[in-house]
Design a protein around this ligand. Structure first.
Ligand SMILES: Nc1ncnc2c1ncn2[C@@H]1O[C@H](COP(=O)(O)OP(=O)(O)O)[C@@H](O)[C@H]1O
Ligand SMILES: O=C(CO)[C@@H](O)[C@@H](O)COP(=O)(O)O
Length: 557
């Protein structure tokens, strides 16, 4: 056991990161990042340059394979570890990131006949163009009093599998017809490593309305959505759904040659990025909320009973850790909002000054924004730059700044954006608590906790909760490596369960960020105003944000 290692790969929004992890203590021996060559394709297709509509977000499946062929050999090389000591590999992915494939699991977008068709490509989690379909799914599910709806906080999101599939059917029936199956990218990558296509219970549960006891919604529900969808589950969503930590198969000879890994090692079934992070910070019991903080935030918490909370993304039995109900909620833009501001919203003098001081713009603005006390900017923002995932589940909402004057400074606006995202998290925490899901402390992982100290203090002050930070550069990847150790099994030198793996491998920093009393009091007052604005613009009292969208698309009647 002591000399064994596994590899975990975290497929994020902009890059894939591999880590080689020691099974003895969870230490990341080496890591390597491969940025996606095609990034997020949200304006046009490769090859043809064909324009994409508003709210589209696609990816290139070959970028995922490039992460394997570049980052895996790199981590083996850097580590100096003997490849024969590597006993398994696992991955986690953004979700629902899905694609249509043919019978040989080949993505339709890689076939000559379909490469110029936008609907043949991978739809990234943040592809929000299936909102009409999501609205209809919700309307019909509500009218039929479908029992699955409360498990998803009352609403199915346009980010998820069924809405995305239905959009394909509506806008490109020929692609729908041609697809042998629609699969999560995480399951597709595993099929490329093993030759087996298995659906993991985590993405199926959270993103495709699958339930451990009830399975998918009935064919009568799908038929009412659209008669052409009646047999979707038995046809294009068919396949075994297996639990996390299951061995999907063994690494193929071809993949072994491409990566330098031994042929035949265990490959774990796919997982979701945020969910994989939970055991990696040692959270295997209720009351501890894990925030995977990057482009977006996913909020994960475990419970002993199945409860319903408005706007949560889902509660899935065994969805994160076996034996518990796993709850997920989220904010669909966080780091992305800060990036938007840094790229689109700061004047030249800020860039020059940051440059002169050898800081990036985030660092420069964080430093300046830290000099303010809560409330001092006089600003309040709504964090809906990419819609609202929880608790409103509405991708058609937009961002808002309030209180600007001729004296407003960029650092004040940056601080207001950091605060707005913290208020969004508080809304989620409060909603869970009000519905009987315990949240007593926060655990943070992902890129943001390491990059922005002010942000973390604001989150602690706004929620009035202590925050523990992951002691790992790529926490979800470590989680994926832990599930790989479980897939390999004790007999191969791995672990018999994810609880045992977490016990030995989870790592958090010693330092805890604690709420500062004087800040908590002021933020509590500002939060009441945030809540009022949130409800006013988000719950239908003033639909101006939606009207503006309709005006933009020329469809306001
Ligand atoms: N110093 C910073 N402060 C706040 N946000 C930052 C900072 N540096 C980068 N970001 C944001 O972090 C996000 C990337 O987060 P990361 O966790 O690395 O990636 P991913 O979400 O793809 O997993 C980007 O949206 C970027 O704008
Ligand atoms: O929605 C989920 C998980 O359910 C995430 O994959 C999605 O928010 C993307 O996460 P990142 O911000 O890229 O870490």
């Amino acid at each position: 056991m002591l000399t064994n290692y596994t590899i975990g790969i975290d497929y994020g929004t902009q890059s894939g990161r591999a880590v080689l992890v020691s099974l003895q203590d969870g230490k990341e021996v080496s890591d390597h990042v491969t940025p996606y060559r095609h990034g997020v394709m949200d304006t046009e297709l490769p090859h043809s340059g064909k324009k994409l509509g508003h709210e589209w977000a696609l990816q290139h499946p070959n970028d995922y394979l490039e992460v394997i062929t570049k980052s895996v050999p790199a981590v083996i090389r850097q580590s100096g570890v003997d490849p024969t000591d590597i006993i398994g590999i696992g991955i986690d992915f953004t979700a629902c990131t899905m694609l249509p494939v043919d019978q040989q699991f080949q993505p339709l977008c890689l076939k000559e006949d379909f490469k110029d068709h936008p609907h043949s490509w991978v739809k990234l989690w943040k592809h929000h163009a299936a909102q009409n379909e999501a609205n209809k799914i919700n309307e019909i599910a509500e009218a039929r009093e479908e029992s699955f709806l409360p498990r998803y906080g009352g609403k199915i999101s346009s980010e998820w599998m069924i809405a995305k599939i239905w959009q394909i059917l509506n806008e490109a029936p020929e692609i729908y017809e041609e697809a042998d199956q629609f699969v999560e990218a995480t399951d597709w990558v595993i099929s490329q490593l093993t030759g087996n296509l298995l659906r993991n219970s985590c993405t199926a549960g959270y993103k495709a309305i699958w339930h451990k006891q009830d399975g998918y919604p009935g064919s009568d529900f799908f038929k009412e959505l659209d008669p052409r969808l009646e047999n979707l589950v038995e046809t294009k969503l068919r396949g075994e759904v297996v639990s996390l930590g299951t061995k999907a198969g063994i690494l193929t000879k071809e993949m072994a040659e491409l990566t330098g890994l031994p042929e035949g090692i265990a490959v774990a079934v796919g997982n979701v990025d945020a969910h994989a992070a939970v055991p990696a910070v040692g959270v295997v019991e209720p009351g501890k909320m894990v925030m995977a903080m990057g482009t977006s935030i996913c909020h994960m918490v475990l419970g002993k009973e199945e409860k319903s909370a408005e706007g949560m993304c889902g509660v899935v039995e065994d969805g994160i850790i076996p034996g518990y109900y796993g709850y997920e909620a989220g904010q669909s833009a966080v780091g992305d909002i800060f990036e938007w501001f840094v790229e689109e919203g700061v004047p030249a003098y800020v860039k020059e000054e940051a440059n002169r001081r050898g800081l990036n713009i985030h660092q420069y603005l964080e430093e300046k924004a830290s000099l303010y006390r809560p409330g001092e900017t006089g600003l309040l923002a709504l964090d809906w730059w990419n819609g609202n995932r929880s608790v409103l589940v509405d991708t058609e909402l937009g961002g808002l700044f309030l209180g600007m004057t001729l004296q407003t400074k960029p650092e004040e606006m940056y601080r207001a954006l950091l605060e707005a995202t913290a208020f969004g998290t508080r809304m989620i925490v409060d909603t869970f608590k009000q519905n009987g899901v315990e949240v007593n402390e926060l655990y943070a992982c992902g890129g943001l906790p390491q990059k922005n100290r002010l942000l973390m203090q604001i989150y602690s002050d706004v929620t009035n909760l202590p925050i523990k930070i992951a002691d790992s550069k790529h926490t979800p990847a470590v989680g994926a490596a832990m599930f790989a150790a479980v897939a390999a099994g004790e007999e191969a030198g791995g672990y018999s369960s994810i609880l045992n793996a977490a016990d030995k491998m989870a790592r958090i920093r010693d330092e805890i960020i604690r709420p500062m009393k004087e800040n908590v009091v002021i933020y509590d007052k500002i939060y009441q105003e945030y809540k009022r604005l949130h409800d006013y613009f988000g719950r239908g009292e003033n639909d101006v944000m939606k009207k503006l969208r309709l005006l933009r698309s020329g469809t306001l009647e």
